[in-house]
Design a protein around this ligand. Sequence first.
Ligand SMILES: C[S@@+](CC[C@H](N)C(=O)[O-])C[C@H]1O[C@@H](n2cnc3c(N)ncnc32)[C@H](O)[C@@H]1O
Length: 248
Amino acid sequence: MSSTTTTSTSSSTSPLKHQPSQATPQENKQIYTPWRLFIYDIWVLGIVSTFAWGCRISKYLIPLFRLNIGKNHLDIGAGTGYYLNHAQIPKTTTLTIADNEPHALNVALARCTHPPNQTHGIVTDILQPFPFPTPKKEEEKFDSISMYYLLHCLPVPMATKCKIFTHLKKYMTADGVIHGANVLGKGVRKDNWFAAMIRRGCLKHGVFHNEQDNAWEFERALRENFREVETWVVGSVFVFRAKGPIFD
Ligand SMILES: C[S@@+](CC[C@H](N)C(=O)[O-])C[C@H]1O[C@@H](n2cnc3c(N)ncnc32)[C@H](O)[C@@H]1O
């Protein structure tokens, strides 16, 4: 773990620091190996996203990310931390990075150029109903949450993926915003030859679990949980922004 990681996780007053996952990530099959993370930015975010999924990250996703960063931001599924370094996050923002793979989290923290005293890392499984400790005060809640290219990786049915929005809103402020994007498996344009090859490989090797993922169900889940919902399909990618959690 880099010095950034150690410093940021040990000196924080955030209620989220050092919170271990209820699952045991070390026992999971590690998808994001050091080699995969090394080539991730160029291959996945550059070539594959643009030419297979039809969604250029710099044109569609970085601007969405940049426009939806609050004062207390949570990024789930950080990967290499690419967005965190390209979204011009204000230095005053408190940034929490959550991932279930310690290696991926450490890479993201090590690469992250955000001020170390404003950056926290947490290993947790977002599929758990309570992935974070319950916030005691409103200031501890997140006013923005990002989850990019995460949902298509989760090895669970659509209904379970959709429950994540219900779980996460407990940690959000009344005007909090959640935004992200994920590759769909159903109800989208026909894959070109490159996309078909990548999709086959990702499904075969357990990187994607998105055969049933469709825009309609994701949008419905967002509308059940948030007052304002905007969604787009860019190429084969579902892009969303939702604001104002609905508390029952
Ligand atoms: C495809 S990468 C996306 C990285 C980054 N958001 C991006 O768009 O470049 C997915 C990330 O989600 C993490 N992840 C997968 N399943 C998770 C889970 N159940 N809980 C938390 N993080 C998870 C992986 O370890 C990985 O870092």
